[in-house]
Design a protein around this ligand. Structure first.
Ligand code: SF4
Ligand code: SF4
Length: 369
């Protein structure tokens, strides 16, 4: 894979596909083999976390025998995502403890990146960036050579993030979700790139949604001359010039090979991207006139999660994501399913889309249970 600039701030280069280290195989030998296969395939950046189970230990084993020198190793933590000790509080001292512990878990002398993990609201941002907070602690570790660079990962609102980026001079990279089903953070990625931050995308294949065989999206892929839905997903994200690299989740060698093969295909042209965008616009919940998850029908007196169940039906009926729809249905009905409906009709009186909610719930039960 060809390397490209990883933003302008950190001075590094990155491959288009990177190692997402959230879930490795259970067996450590398998995990080590997989990680080394990914590095041999040209991946450089590795995104792990104190909160990803045994991930740091497995990486520590994999990065022996000269592999450490080939990679850009990044880990992260935050007290609002994971408290290792009860007194972890996001102070500079507490982040210092985490960095020292994570270096031991990874069995490395330094981290290329240590990031603030999952800024999800303003309170988290302020806790991280206040005087004597996480960012100051990371900066001190940078001064001492334990960490080389920093940044943050996020699930905050677009509005907040656009504002934070104006003052986040300390951040060299940002990590957020982006794919053709969820383009929410497109303006954030654009602004981050313009300001010189390296941009990393998680969930390029929709958290696994787009690895299945959707006949609906496959028709779009065929129309564009693309071999598969995951190929289209990978090439779509990488065709955004503001994206530097995507995280590839990996369970087996073929996950790596397929993603690298897609990433080495030509990126989509502007016209192809526009076709993809127009397709999903036409298939949006609003445009197909299906449940918009507005929740006006809630609460259901029988306790049924109406928008959750109809959301599953939407994925199946309009996007052809059957397997994912079944998972969504299972989650939405984990407490109470459509069978509990008493036929009171209250939901249909309130439905903003004038849906036959009861009939749709029955359909969902028939097709997805
Ligand atoms: S008709 Fe069924 S789903 Fe609708 S509000 Fe009544 S009990 Fe709930
Ligand atoms: S009111 Fe209608 S559109 Fe809104 S969540 Fe309920 S079923 Fe969906």
């Amino acid at each position: 894979m060809e390397l490209k600039s990883f933003g302008k701030r950190c001075g590094l280069e990155v491959a288009p596909v990177s190692i997402g280290a959230m879930r490795f195989p259970e067996d450590c030998t398998d995990a080590v083999s997989l990680i080394r296969h990914a590095i041999d395939a040209g991946m450089r950046y590795i995104d792990t976390s104190r909160g990803y189970g045994e991930s740091e230990f497995k990486l520590g084993r994999a990065l022996k025998d000269g592999y450490r020198e080939k990679v850009i190793l990044s880990s992260k933590c935050s007290p609002w995502c994971k408290k290792v000790r009860p007194d972890d509080d996001g102070s500079a001292d507490s982040v210092r403890r985490r960095i020292e512990e994570q270096l031991l878990r990874l069995d490395v002398e330094y981290l290329d990146f240590y990031q603030v993990w999952s800024v999800h609201n303003r309170e988290a941002w302020e806790l991280a960036t206040k005087k004597g907070g996480m960012v100051d602690g990371i900066q001190k570790a940078i001064d001492e050579g334990l960490v080389k660079h920093t940044g943050f990962t996020t699930h905050d609102t677009v509005e907040n993030l656009l504002e934070y980026l104006d003052t986040a001079d300390w951040a060299e990279v940002i990590l957020c979700t982006y794919n053709f089903l969820n383009r929410t953070y497109e303006p954030v990625i654009e602004k981050a790139h313009a300001k010189g931050l390296g941009t990393i995308v998680m969930n390029p294949v929709g958290g696994g949604k787009l690895t299945g065989n959707s006949p609906v999206i496959m028709e779009l892929a065929s129309q564009l001359g693309v071999a598969s839905v995951p190929d289209l997903a990978v090439r779509y994200v990488l065709s955004n010039p503001n994206v530097d690299t995507i995280l590839c989740g990996m369970q087996k060698h073929t996950d790596i090979d397929a993603t690298v093969a897609a990433a080495t295909q030509p990126v989509l042209s502007t016209e192809q991207r526009e076709t993809v965008n127009a397709f999903f616009e036409a298939h949006s919940r609003e445009n197909v006139k299906f449940c918009t998850a507005c929740k006006y029908c809630m609460p259901c007196p029988a306790g049924i999660d109406i928008p959750g169940i109809l959301g599953a039906l939407y994925e199946e009926r309009f996007l052809g994501l059957t397997e994912d729809a079944k998972r969504t249905y299972k989650h939405a009905t984990r407490d109470i399913g459509p069978a509990a409906c008493t036929d009171c009709g209250a939901c249909e009186e309130k439905c903003t889309q004038q849906l036959s909610v009861r009939a749709e719930l029955k359909q969902a039960m028939k097709r997805l249970a």
